[in-house]
Design a binder for this molecule. Structure first.
Ligand code: NAP
Length: 486
């Protein structure tokens, strides 16, 4: 595909490592290809950094740490504000870049640019509100003063599904708190992060405060960062499997950690729900980001009195979505790669082989590209992977329940606990659900929970720590206490 917007988007992203304020190649000159998942076309060659480049980047962050920590909060805030303005000014190019390297529809990418920018504005506002406490010891012998200080150099590892927002959700609070950092973006979507790094450079961020190492050897890059003596914290967003691995490594080094991991999010519809509103919410919760969101509704649990009406309405809405290249106006783009598409297809095929009913979809449109058609399934056997694993694609399995107790038990029957959605018009039931659903976030009569002003994060194997909200900056601060003799 050729278009002026595509050319503008690709030229907005440097194809170099960003270390100590300089754009550079990997030491051995190695590169890897970034691909458009809708066409298989190579979009750019990007440096294939490794442990050597990771150490250089950590050295740069270490050198910048003290000055950045002592930069007045107002100045840190101003740089974040300037970056916020510049991200919004570049909305069209950044959105097209994300669509090209990740696949989502252009309109969704525009939404992600605005969402990503908002973390910068939010944390620009938080940078000047880092405070402490002042109290008298109970025995009256001393004054107790607490202050909060930046934790130090952070290692930030981000996934491909929200290439920009998962970056700003970490970079915003880290910069606001006074931390320098090394970022390792996902190999499939490095261009958005490189474009963002250039925006920070242009916004006046001092050299070395933010460094980006791209590369295909994620394990080696991140291990070299974590083994560096300056490392104080890791913030990771990605799969639970990799999160576990990194938590072990970080534990060995006694680093602070934030882990934003997978979701297996139930979407509950009770008998008294507004059915049309529930379907609207379900479409948003399922199809945002082609279903490739950690917050995506993974299992639909619908009261038996509404189950078939809900399934029919969902099938009509899912079947009406246009599938195609995100820059061509299509509503549903490709999955990220062939492996992801084949995984989704297998979950569906196995469910169908075991007796599930297909209301719509369940096929792979003709290539090129890794497309999978929006799919609705009913009668899925309860123990099948389609109901037990994170689908990460445009597939909606629907199960019926009879009692509230059964719905809550099914909803909580997961190793993961990120998000749950529930539709009911009963206020008391709504509050009980918020109490009893074992997750970090609940969408009550809403199909979207993400908000830069709110603490995003999970419980159980969905991770630890919170991003966004007032809590988001705490992850990058440590408390120091001084005892002052009276
Ligand atoms: P992933 O495979 O875990 O990759 C995430 C990041 O970790 C990428 O930068 C990846 O680099 C890197 N990585 C992979 N293996 C590594 C290793 N051995 N050591 C160090 N780093 C390593 O996850 P993904 O497939 O990109 O993302 C999808 C997952 O992220 C889903 O499970 C989703 O639920 C989760 N997610 C969670 C949230 C949340 O906030 N809770 C938000 C978005 C996504 P490479 O790309 O180079 O492999």
């Amino acid at each position: 595909m050729t278009s002026p917007l595509k050319d503008r988007a690709l030229s907005s992203a440097p194809t170099a490592l960003f270390i100590a304020g300089r754009w550079m190649a990997a030491e051995d000159g190695a590169t890897f290809a970034v691909e458009d998942p809708a066409t298989g076309e190579t979009l750019a060659q990007v440096p294939d950094g490794g442990p050597r480049e990771a150490v250089l980047a950590m050295d740069a962050a270490q050198a910048a740490q003290s000055d950045w920590a002592h930069t007045p909060p107002r100045r840190r805030s101003e740089i974040l504000t300037e970056a916020w303005r510049r991200v919004l000014a570049a909305e069209e190019e950044l959105a097209a870049l994300m669509t090209l390297e990740m696949g989502k529809a252009l309109e969704e990418s525009r939404g992600e640019v605005r969402y990503a920018a908002e973390f910068l504005r939010w944390f620009a506002e938080e940078a000047v509100r880092i405070d402490g406490r002042h109290s008298l010891a109970p025995d009256g012998s001393s004054r107790l003063i607490t202050q909060r200080q930046p934790v130090g150099v952070c290692v930030l590892v981000t996934p491909w599904n929200f290439p920009l927002a998962m970056g700003t959700r970490k970079i915003g609070p880290a910069l606001a708190a006074g931390c320098a950092m090394v970022i390792k973006p996902a190999a499939q979507t490095p261009l958005s992060m490189l474009a963002l790094a250039r925006i920070f450079q242009e916004a006046g961020l001092p050299d070395g405060v933010l460094n980006v190492v791209t590369g295909e050897r994620a394990g080696e890059i991140v291990t070299a960062c974590l083994d560096h003596p300056a490392a104080r914290k890791i913030s990771f967003t990605g799969s639970t499997a990799v999160g576990r691995l990194l938590a072990r490594q970080a534990g060995e080094r006694l680093l602070r950690m934030s882990m934003e991991l997978g979701g297996d999010n139930p979407f509950l519809v009770f008998a008294d729900a507004d059915l049309d509103a529930a379907v609207d919410g379900a479409m948003l919760a399922k199809m945002r980001n082609i279903g490739e969101a950690c917050t995506a509704a993974n299992r639909f649990l619908v009261h038996k009195s509404l189950a078939s009406a809900f399934a029919e309405k969902m099938a009509a809405r899912m079947g009406a979505l246009s599938v195609g290249h995100g820059l061509s106006g299509a509503q549903v783009g490709p999955l990220i790669d062939a492996k992801a598409r084949d995984r989704v297809a297998k979950l569906v095929d196995d469910a169908v082989a075991a007796g599930a009913r297909v209301l719509v979809g369940a096929n792979r449109p003709e290539g090129p590209g890794y497309f999978y058609s929006p799919t609705v399934l009913t009668d899925v056997a309860a123990d099948l992977p389609a109901l037990k694993t994170e689908i990460f694609g445009p597939v909606a399995p629907i199960q019926a329940f009879e009692t509230d107790e059964e719905a809550i038990t099914l909803a909580n029957d997961s190793e993961l606990g990120l998000t749950a959605y529930a539709y009911t018009r009963d206020l008391k039931r709504g509050h009980l659900l918020v109490d009893r659903l074992n997750v970090g976030m609940v969408g009550l009569n809403r199909g979207l929970v993400s908000n830069p002003a709110a603490p995003f994060g999970g419980v159980k194997a969905s991770g630890m720590g919170r991003e966004g909200g007032r809590e988001g900056i705490d992850e990058y601060l440590s408390v120091k206490y001084a005892s002052i003799a009276l």
